[in-house]
Design a protein around this ligand. Sequence first.
Ligand code: ATP
Ligand code: MG
Ligand code: FE
Length: 350
Amino acid sequence: PLVLGIETSCDETGVGIVRGHTLLADALASSVDEHARFGGVVPEVASRAHLEAIVPTMERALKDAGVTLADIDAIAVTAGPGLAGALLVGVAAAKGYALAAEKPIYGVNHLAAHVAVDTLEHGPLPEPAIALLVSGGHSSLLEVDDLATGVTPLGATIDDAAGEAFDKVARLLGMPFPGGPPIDRAAREGDPAAIPFPRGLTAPKAGPDGKPSAAHRFDFSFSGLKTAVARWVEARERLGEPVPVADVAASFQEAVCDVLVAKAVDACRDRGIETLVIGGGVAANSRLRAMAEERCARHGITVRAPRPKLCTDNGAMVAALGAHLVARGVAPSRLDLPADSAMPLTIVSV
Ligand code: ATP
Ligand code: MG
Ligand code: FE
């Protein structure tokens, strides 16, 4: 099917067009520069930017793909989770186009789309698979039995998301927002073993029976790590010593990746599943990708991760999930579908 996808859940206005698993267009407009001086995304600014960008981005995607709206089989749109006002712009636009062109509409889950986008790179996802979803607002391990109808959450962060940790640590190192890319770059010049930062929730405490507790086995915690980095940097500054930025970045990144990969491998082995798919903005991280490859290979697990540009928010991921839903015969959404800023991971489409 020829499917168009619209993404406006955060600060990127994205319109993607796919034919089955083939990417035809991925038009993107970002308001990230407008948020940079605030150190985070400002919802009002994001909504306004979507409103200005949505029509030109739509037109550019159609032009890039060399198709017209009449050629499209279905329109998919991120219905949640995300910023309420931002989501509404995309959902309203999708409804307008669907109504005008008489096309079915699919309101889809942004997080499931972060997983589905990999099909554009590597073809159909073997099911079941384990998905490690690591983004600016979420960090979860999921069992994907059927990407069209539902995923089973195995664990999630109990405090900060992985991307949020990158953003906060970057900020305290004086790097720009979003912090993932500058930390990734700085870390290449640093020693990942320079500072032994904590690996949250990886050493299970003994339960009442003396055996290691299974609680939080697949959960994450990054807030203690962030605080440890802040304390370490403050201590150096108090002594009037220079902060070895590259070593701090590399050691922090190593701690995050170590925990993410260890738990993802543990989930695969626990479930007897041989496919790990990594998605979300943090999946663009070069160390995470290399470490996952390396450790999964030892256990006969195949790692799939989309190219870095498809890891962060875009319209192609929404189109990819939409195409999968159409191919699986899932019924479209109602034209009055709501945007749901808190849409749970278990709901793939509304
Ligand atoms: P969510 O998907 O949870 O709603 P979001 O859509 O804002 O959140 P994404 O666009 O998926 O998030 O990811 C953005 C996050 O990815 C930011 O926190 C950013 O710092 C992080 N990120 C991007 N590139 C890298 C990288 N190379 N290394 C580490 N983190 C990265
Ligand atoms: Mg973004
Ligand atoms: Fe996202």
